[in-house]
Design a protein around this ligand. Structure first.
Ligand code: AMP
Ligand code: MG
Length: 360
């Protein structure tokens, strides 16, 4: 299959992009489009073929449900039931934005979207291309991230092309995603509501509306913890090489990484660092996410860096960690997953230090 690529930042091209995008979606085909979090791989919620195509193109397990994307003016009551006053307040404040809400599903919604669950995930993305595509077509679009299953989510159209070339007919190119991490998922069917995945909307922002919101205890990276969002249980966000995370003060982290690098000498070593430490390491590949003072910028560049380590064919990776405040919570959640919970300091899984196998 030929994969078309249309530049939405050019106004004339954009017209063609919307027309072609809507035509394909209604015909049961899949279209990748930009959002403020990551690129989405869309299928029209009214087309079984379009929904099946998403799982096929991504190689996504069928028990991992999709997020229904809507636009201003689309009644959320068409896809979900029992919208609480609390949910109304969240939507009024944070939509369009990086917040996904879980509701009871409306009858008639395809089980392909919900993976057979009786709940549905809904979000209104804050990106002009995503919103205009849906508004012009008058259609809601089910979409997960537009990566091959298991790879880091795509934050540029180039990432999408890398993974989806030959698998889908159209990529709408809208530049780099501003947030760069996926949406925050909040389960509104739980009492009190529960965060199932930290993301672009911070816990502090949610607490302004929901002071008693809880975090899913299953989010802790422990062997026996089972997260409630089905997608969170899969290996995710991971570069090909094993990655180890440093912990503690910036000085302690620097020391841990230096020791790790020494132990792994002879392998092609990569370091994920910050501008403040860029010159401090002796490694084959050194990538900085920007200044530690700019966690939003670091978050926006994380997935691109993970993909670059793959391109660079690194064999072992070390990463600096950041404070869990604000966007730091979501950043650290993805970094921990990318590391499979492995730290250079020691953790309660006992996966401490670098084994000989990982160092090779
Ligand atoms: P992605 O957009 O690729 O991050 O995939 C959508 C995410 O939403 C996955 O982690 C799903 O497990 C999660 N999700 C979708 N529907 C539900 C639901 N009904 N309950 C809990 N999590 C959901
Ligand atoms: Mg995904």
């Amino acid at each position: 299959m030929e994969t078309q690529w249309i530049h939405m930042e050019n106004p004339q091209e954009a017209e063609r992009g919307y027309e072609e995008g809507i035509r394909l979606l209604l015909a049961g085909e899949n279209v990748a489009f930009p959002t403020e979090t990551v690129y989405g791989l869309g299928g029209y919620i009214g087309s079984e073929e379009g929904l099946r195509g998403i799982f096929r193109a991504k190689g996504r397990p069928s028990d991992n449900p999709l997020i229904v994307h809507i636009y201003p003016g689309y009644d959320v009551g068409r896809v979900a039931r029992k919208i609480s006053p609390q949910a109304e307040r969240l939507m009024a404040r944070y939509w369009p934005g990086p917040m996904t809400l879980i509701f009871e599903k409306a009858p008639g919604l395809s089980p392909l979207i919900t993976a057979g669950l009786d709940t549905v995930a809904v979000r209104m993305p804050n990106h002009p291309v995503a919103l205009e595509l849906m508004r012009r077509g008058g259609l809601a679009v089910a979409a997960p991230s537009a990566n091959l299953s298991g790879r880091p989510s795509p934050t540029t159209a180039e990432h999408v092309y890398e993974d989806m070339k030959g698998r889908i007919p159209l990529v709408l190119h809208g530049g780099a995603c501003q947030v760069g991490l996926e949406s925050t998922i909040i389960d509104m069917t739980a009492e009190p509501p529960m965060v199932l995945r930290p993301g672009g909307l911070t816990i502090e922002e949610i607490r302004e509306i929901l002071p008693d919101v809880r975090m899913d205890p299953g989010l802790a990276v422990k062997k026996d913890a089972v997260p409630k969002a089905p997608g969170m249980k899969y290996r995710h966000y991971a570069p090909k090489a094993p990655m180890w995370m440093a912990l503690g003060s910036p000085e302690e982290q620097e020391e841990q990484i230096r020791r790790g690098l020494l132990a792994a000498k002879g392998s092609r070593r990569g370091v994920l660092t910050v501008d403040e430490h860029r010159g401090d390491f002796d490694a084959e590949v050194i990538l900085s996410l920007g200044s530690r003072q700019d966690p939003e910028g670091m978050a926006a560049r994380l997935f691109d860096a993970l993909r670059r380590f793959d391109e660079e064919r690194c064999e072992i990776l070390f990463a600096e960690s950041i404070s869990r405040e604000g966007i730091g919570e979501a950043f650290m959640n993805r970094l921990q997953k990318a590391c499979g919970g492995k730290t250079l300091k020691g953790d309660d899984d006992g996966r401490t230090g670098i084994s000989g196998e990982d160092a090779r």
